[in-house]
Design a protein around this ligand. Structure first.
Ligand SMILES: *Cc1c(COP(=O)(O)O)cnc(C)c1O
Length: 401
């Protein structure tokens, strides 16, 4: 057997593949694992969407190759939703593309734009695909640090001008995975100006646009005047409607970027299953009611877990978006130390922050993808094991890490 490409060997191990191994080992020892690891909703897809799919699949026309750019009715639904939700106008033919999930769109955009020598500006900490797919294509990922002190909005002025000139894509993601951070109007404008100045595709990953609380409404980068000159925005049904397994999303924005993405998809995946698109259309048409129900549940879990961590000394406040909490590890520990401690002492799985890039060191992420009873159980286990934010100063459990 020949070896796969050298760049594949360069890839860091996928974070959750590593976690899965540790979970399997603990389960084999009989540990009752509470996983707050992967950002995969534990709740089912809303029933009206499931019913719509069941109907659509009976239509034989859905059994044939889909239109690779998405069905006419799906693209219209996406366009109408962009208009109603963000007051953003996009053209259904040139500026809209159905995706087999946002991950597919992100990876294929990199495939469309990146050759060896090209730079991709990748925030850190971040969703790992931006960086990893850049490496797969032989491109150079350049880290754009996101710091807690700056509310996780990167300093674009700090990007080296040579890197900016070689850059083809800047990835951004707000509401943010893993930090839960949100964007400001000023920063969106700054990012658009920066990408116009250096002729860079601004890819905004808006996977969490609808997972928000306390009345917060997340924006679209396409609301910024002139954004369409540089910006392509990815939306996902995965987190919006608990549809991770269905694989559906869409891209909207700059026509040249959409066309490039389409050329790759046309030659690679032939588009999303039409019946799934039909179900997605219903989701978009009823998004207000459907997301309200889901966000009520995630919002209550967020309050419960943040309060629990606070009682154990954690300096943490409930943010307005995503089902993630991003919390500092106790003083004197690394992210890996703390994740290992939680797994070994408490049977709790959390991804260590450094799995999202070196700038994630010193943090851990909690995905609120367990029912309240299990979250309460997790907090109790943490408490029972004497784990607190300032446990180092108490000389407690940290020696075992
Ligand atoms: C979950 C996630 C995605 C992937 O979405 P799919 O539509 O399931 O591919 C993309 N970006 C971020 C930031 C995510 O957290």
């Amino acid at each position: 057997m020949p070896n796969p490409t050298a760049t594949l060997a360069d890839l860091p191990p996928y974070l959750f593949a590593e976690l899965d191994k540790k979970i399997a080992a603990a389960r084999a020892k009989g540990v009752d694992i509470i996983s707050l690891g992967v950002g995969d909703p534990d709740l089912p897809t809303p029933q009206p969407i499931v019913d719509e799919m069941a109907k659509a699949i009976q239509d034989q026309a859905t059994h044939q190759y889909p239109a690779y750019q998405g069905s006419v009715s799906f693209r219209k639904a996406a366009v109408d939703w962009m208009q109603e939700r963000f007051n953003v106008a996009v053209d259904p033919n040139d500026e809209t593309m159905a995706l087999i999930g946002a991950k597919e769109g992100i990876a294929h955009l990199i495939l469309a734009y990146i050759q060896p020598g090209d730079v991709v500006l990748c925030p850190s900490p971040a969703y790992p695909v931006y960086r990893n797919y850049t490496i797969i294509m032989g491109g150079t990922p350049v880290t754009v640090p996101m710091k807690a002190a700056d509310n996780f909005l990167p300093d674009l002025n700090a990007i080296n001008a040579d890197d900016a000139k070689k850059a083809k894509i800047l990835f951004l993601n707000y509401p943010n995975n893993p930090t839960g951070a949100i964007v400001t109007d000023e920063f969106m404008q700054e990012a658009v100006d920066f990408c116009r100045k250096y002729d860079i595709v601004l890819c905004h990953d808006n996977a969490y646009s609808e997972m928000t609380f306390d009345g917060y409404k997340a924006p679209s980068f396409l609301q910024v005047p002139g954004a369409k000159d540089v910006c392509i925005e990815m939306f996902s049904f995965s987190k919006m409607f608990n549809m991770t397994g269905w694989r559906l999303g869409f891209a909207v924005g700059n026509a040249k970027a959409i066309k490039a993405l389409g050329s790759i998809k046309n030659n690679t995946d032939s588009g999303a299953f039409t019946a799934i698109q039909t179900a997605g259309e219903l989701g978009l048409a009823q998004y207000k009611e459907l997301t309200k129900d889901l966000n009520r549940i995630y919002g209550a879990r967020r309050t419960l877990f943040v309060d629990g961590l606070k009682q154990l000394g954690w300096p943490i406040e409930a943010g307005p978006a995503t089902f993630y909490l991003w919390a500092p590890v106790p003083t004197g520990m690394t992210s890996e130390d703390f994740a290992t401690l939680l797994l070994e002492k408490c049977g709790i799985v959390v991804p260590p922050g450094n799995g999202y890039g070196p700038e994630g060191e010193g943090f851990f992420r909690v995905a609120l993808t367990q029912p309240e009873a299990r979250l309460t159980e997790a907090l109790q286990r943490i408490k029972d094991n004497g784990i607190t934010f300032d446990m180092a100063s108490n000389g407690a459990a940290c020696a075992t890490a």
